[in-house]
Every structure is written in structure tokens, then in C-alpha cells.
Design a protein around this ligand. Structure first.
Ligand code: PHE
Length: 349
């Protein structure tokens, strides 16, 4: 076997290793790497000699070049790590390095108070055995009015001015639009809440916005009572506020409940003295509710002789205002980050 022309190759290896060990900083190390292992580096260039060798010697010589390259590469990697470590060490020891300087603060995000209350309500109602559901904001005239015992010529339609879409659908004016849907969807007995946005075509002021939030609640069973409805509502309010709140019950008219009620709470923004939120009355309408009208049960496919139900439509936006003493509803969806970054916590503590 002819002797391979490896002398020059091994000399190159020796000088590459020596240069690697001698490099005192990362920059000169990179230079060594380029010089020996770069595309035009001297070790790679050895490959060109393959052409001058006997066919039979080529594989062995090619392997020798690759082995040398691998060994030099390994030594470079090792040297790079130790130079880096030394560099870090030196930086820490330098007299102008102050590890006690404050870092760059990343601003903390905050949850919107509507989200805080929404989560809290979910938790309270789930613990009471309610499903938490979601229904469409764009809905039909049927689910928003007709199915709720509000026929086309009924004056109650004017109670809630409506945003109509050109295709004949509407933006739901209340979460009650989900009532008939739930009855068709679930086998009674069941309890459910469905929170969400509702829309009304009306002018805005401190206590009215065109878009706001409600939480509908519905309970269907063989026998339900006003007493049970009212006690459930009181439990809900004391859970949300963490204490007893003063309430008053008045008769209220809604075509989809009979009897219907307005449950008011003493205004927590002014403590009952009178302010723009309670329109100087000291009371805030928060929880309209009642026993579900037989026509609505029928629309939901339930026989009113067999099933009864109660429903409520909690004004979630108002609840948020009471809970956090916010004096103008328009702050809620005004989009000013400075507004909601004032409210902290998860609402679940
Ligand atoms: N949907 C009614 C409203 O928005 C409130 C309501 C809900 C009343 C359920 C009774 C029962 O004004």
C-alpha cells in the first residue's frame, strides 16, 4: 500500500490545535476557525489533493482529512466555551457592573371588571348546579320577541328599541332571547345561565349604553315558586357583594313572565343618597325576574301543565358599576386601558 501524503495534513492539525489554544478571545478564535476549517481554509483545501491520488488511496485520505477536521472542530468548541465563561467572569468582576440596578419593568396587564364579575358569576352559579351557556348575539325576531310572548303589534316591543339587520335578523335586545332555545335544547328539569352582550338602539347617558351586558338565568322544574326565585336572587347578591345588600321587590311587567318583578338594590355608588346612576332615587333596578309565562314554555316545547319555571335577567353592567362604584356605564366599553387597569385581582379570591 502506498504511503498516504498525510505529513502536511498532520502538521496542519498540530498548528490548528496550537492556534486554538493560543487564541485569547472569541474574535481571534473565530479567525482561527476560518483559517483552518472555513470553506477555503487550509484543512478543507487538503481535499483538493484527492484528485492527484491513486483511486485506491482516495477513501483513506478523505477519511483522514475529515477526522482531522473533526478533532480541530472539537478543540475549537471547547476553547470557545472556556473563553465565554472567562468573559462572563470578567464582566461580573468589572468595577462598573452593579447587579442591584433595577431591571426593565414589564407592565402588568389587568382583567376588565366585566370579566372579573363574569367569572365570579360563573363560579357562583356553577356551584348552585347551573349550566353556563352561550347564545348568539345576532338572533331572529322569533327568539327575541315572538317566542317570548311579544307578538308583532305588542307595545312591549317599544320598551326596547331594536337594531335591525338588513337580512331581517336583529341584534338581541336582551339575553332572554336564549330562553326558548334552552328549553328546546335541554330536557327538564334544568338550571342554566347565559351571560352576554345585548344591544339597544337608544341614546346614551350615565346609566344607558347601546351595548351592555346581562346574565339570563332560567330554572325549569315540575314545581317552582316565587319564594325560591327570590331567595336564590338574594343568595346570588350576597355572594357577589360579600355581604347582605338592601333589596326591594316591586311588581314588574314583562310579557314573558307572570307574575313579574323588579328586584332593586340600594344604590351602592351613593349609598342610597341619590346620584346620577340611581337617578337620585337611591335604588337601582338590577334584577327583573318572574315565573315563566305558559306561552313561553309552550314555545319551548314544554307542557305548562307539567312544567314550570322562573327566569331572571340580571343587569351585569349595572352589577359591575355597583360592585366597583363606577359612576358612568360608558366607561365600561369605552376602551380606555387606564380605566380597567385600576381593577386588580382575578375576581375569584
Ligand atoms: N329581558 C328583560 C329585560 O331585558 C329582563 C327580564 C328577564 C325580565 C327575565 C324577566 C325575566 O328588560
Amino acid at each position: 500500500m502506498a504511503t498516504l501524503p498525510v505529513d502536511e495534513l498532520f502538521e496542519l492539525e498540530a498548528s490548528a490545535l496550537e492556534a486554538t489554544d493560543a487564541a485569547g478571545e472569541l474574535e481571534s478564535l473565530a479567525e482561527v476557525e476560518r483559517e483552518y476549517l472555513g470553506k477555503k481554509g487550509s484543512i478543507r483545501r487538503q481535499m483538493r489533493r484527492l484528485g492527484q491520488l491513486d483511486q485506491s488511496d482516495r477513501p483513506a485520505f478523505g477519511k483522514a482529512v475529515n477526522d482531522v477536521a473533526t478533532r480541530v472542530e472539537a478543540r475549537l468548541t471547547e476553547r470557545r466555551a472556556s473563553l465565554k465563561a472567562a468573559e462572563r467572569e470578567a464582566a461580573l468582576e468589572a468595577p462598573n457592573f452593579d447587579p442591584t440596578l433595577p431591571g426593565i419593568t414589564v407592565g402588568q396587564g389587568a382583567l376588565h371588571p366585566l370579566t372579573l364579575i363574569d367569572w365570579r358569576l360563573d363560579e357562583i352559579f356553577r356551584s348552585m348546579g347551573f349550566y353556563v351557556l352561550d347564545y348568539p348575539e345576532v338572533d331572529s325576531e322569533y327568539f327575541n320577541f315572538e317566542g317570548l310572548n311579544i307578538p308583532a303589534d305588542h307595545p312591549a316591543r317599544d320598551m326596547q328599541d331594536t337594531f335591525w339587520l338588513t337580512n331581517g335578523q336583529l341584534l338581541r335586545t336582551h339575553t332572554s332571547a336564549g330562553q326558548v332555545r334552552t328549553m328546546r335544547e335541554f330536557a327538564p328539569p334544568f338550571k342554566a345561565i347565559f351571560p352576554g352582550r345585548v344591544f339597544r338602539y337608544e341614546s346614551t347617558d350615565a346609566s344607558h349604553d347601546h351595548t351592555f351586558h346581562q346574565v339570563e338565568g332560567i330554572y325549569i322544574d315540575r314545581e317552582v315558586s316565587v319564594a325560591h326565585l327570590i331567595s336564590s336572587m338574594k343568595t346570588l347578591l350576597s355572594e357577589v357583594f360579600g355581604r347582605e345588600v338592601k333589596v326591594r321587590l316591586r311588581p314588574g311587567y314583562f310579557p314573558f313572565v307572570e307574575p313579574g318583578f323588579e328586584l332593586d338594590i340600594s344604590c351602592l355608588v351613593c349609598g342610597g343618597d341619590g346620584c346620577s346612576v340611581c337617578k337620585q332615587s337611591g335604588w337601582v333596578e338590577l334584577l327583573p325576574c318572574g315565573l315563566i309565562h305558559p306561552n313561553v314554555l309552550r314555545a319551548g316545547g314544554l307542557d305548562p301543565d307539567e312544567w314550570q319555571g322562573w327566569a331572571f335577567g340580571l343587569g351585569m353592567s349595572r352589577l359591575v358599576m355597583m360592585r366597583y362604584q363606577i359612576e358612568d356605564i360608558r366607561h365600561l366599553l369605552g376602551g380606555d386601558v387606564r380605566f380597567w387597569s385600576q381593577f386588580t385581582g382575578t375576581g375569584l379570591e
